[in-house]
Design a protein around this ligand. Structure first.
Ligand code: UD1
Length: 373
């Protein structure tokens, strides 16, 4: 079976790495190439992850870069179509919910190529999120839908997707976390920055709904400033967020000390460095999807700065609190966590480091090539 694996943006890399590892264990069954769309291109948003995760360099980089949604999606489609026509794969594997995921799915399907979606079925029910549109379009087209939890299976079935296309395999992002946990523990960033275990918070913030709207961003920053009087907050800042904070003139919120105090900005961190911080944090604050899952597995309380989540299992089973963006509500929940009223949390079913193994086993058992012919 000839496969094209697709990645485009930062959260894709941790999801694809274990799949490539597993495919490499079966050279008699699979040949595969890696296509990077170039949606993320800065060293700290892209190349550094390949190195940390031991991923092969992409065989093809489409170098599409940034743009409006239509521009970016269209550029990916035009360039990816050429690769598909040259390579003639039997299967394309896409992961996650970024523009690259959707663009490559549409392109491949229109050429009659089968597509597998890893992390299928997640739904926020919020159509103002570009990712929700990407998820819906991807899942309706894909032939094989690999899910992380039972909620996702239910979502897909409720949308009329036949049960035989849905495979509950677990969470590939957690495969990567469990594989790198010990290595990350030895990175020593917490000590290097003079932080104390369990006495600091980490923060990520990049959703357009949070960072592109000044009043929303100010409300969040007000709450964070209060929290940072109790514990310093380390904030590896996404390029999009930095741009907006500078544009809105909000740099005064951030400490300009050498070591973490207050809300403390740093450039985007590498995978192992950020995992090193998160595993020792008292609290994680985020609007990202992946971090809701990672905090659940690390057993660290997570405040999600959004009104909805496509990952409800992290709230129902894990350590996640869906809090929204209201200043007072964020402070209430943060206070109660600091006072020890957190959730104990469990690790969801099949988040055990073997999701990619299950995916590759299932792919081995599919008679894909015969089906296509
Ligand atoms: C994208 C994904 C989002 C994911 C996030 C993780 C979509 C619709 N969004 O959002 O789901 O959670 O990645 O980071 O696919 N930029 C740089 N350097 C880079 C990449 C981006 O400076 O390497 C800046 C550019 O100004 C760009 C902006 O960030 O316009 C936004 O990048 P884009 O890829 O469009 O979306 P993200 O916000 O990163």
């Amino acid at each position: 079976m000839k496969i094209i694996n697709v990645v485009g943006a930062r959260p894709n890399f941790m999801k694809m790495a274990p799949i490539i590892d597993q495919l490499n264990k079966h050279p008699e069954s699979f040949s595969h190439i890696l296509v990077h769309t170039g949606q993320h291109y800065d060293e700290r948003m892209s190349a550094s992850f390949f190195e940390a995760l031991g991923m092969p360099r992409p065989d093809v980089n489409l170098e599409v870069g940034s743009g409006s949604h239509a521009e970016q999606t269209a550029r990916i489609m035009v360039e990816f179509e050429k690769v598909c026509l040259t390579e003639k794969p039997d299967l394309v594997i896409v992961v996650g919910d970024v523009n690259s995921t959707m663009a490559c799915t549409i392109t491949a399907k229109k050429l009659g190529i089968r597509v597998a979606h890893v992390e299928a079925g997640l739904r926020s029910r919020d159509m103002s999120m570009p990712e929700e549109i990407n998820r819906l379009c991807t899942d309706v087209l894909c032939d094989y839908l690999f899910t992380t939890d039972r909620f996702a299976d239910e979502n897909l079935r409720a949308e009329g997707i036949p049960a035989e296309k849905i495979f509950f395999v677990g969470n590939v992002m957690i495969d990567t976390l469990l594989k790198h946990r010990e290595l990350a523990a030895r990175v020593g960033l917490v000590e290097k920055w003079g932080l104390k275990h369990g006495a600091f918070a980490t923060l990520t913030l990049h959703r357009p709904s949070n960072v592109d709207d000044r009043p929303t961003l100010v409300g969040i920053l007000d709450a964070l400033r209060e929290i940072s009087r109790t514990v310093p907050i380390v904030f590896p800042i996404h390029p999009r967020t930095r741009k907006m904070i500078e544009q809105f003139g909000l740099m005064d919120y951030f400490a300009s000390t050498e070591k973490p105090t207050g809300i403390w900005l740093t450039e985007p961190l590498g995978y192992l460095e950020f995992l090193n911080l998160n595993m020792h944090a008292r609290l994680i604050l985020t609007d990202s999807g992946g971090l809701q899952e990672e905090s659940t597995v690390l057993g660290v309380p997570c405040i999600t700065l959004r009104n909805n989540t496509e990952r409800p299992v992290t709230c129902e089973v894990g350590t996640n609190f869906l809090v929204g963006t209201d200043r007072d509500r964020i402070l209430d929940v943060a206070r109660s966590i600091m006072e020890g009223r957190s959730k104990k949390g469990c690790v969801p079913d099949k988040w055990d480091g073997k999701a990619a193994e299950r995916i590759v086993e299932i792919l081995s058992s599919l008679r894909l090539i015969e089906n296509i012919n």
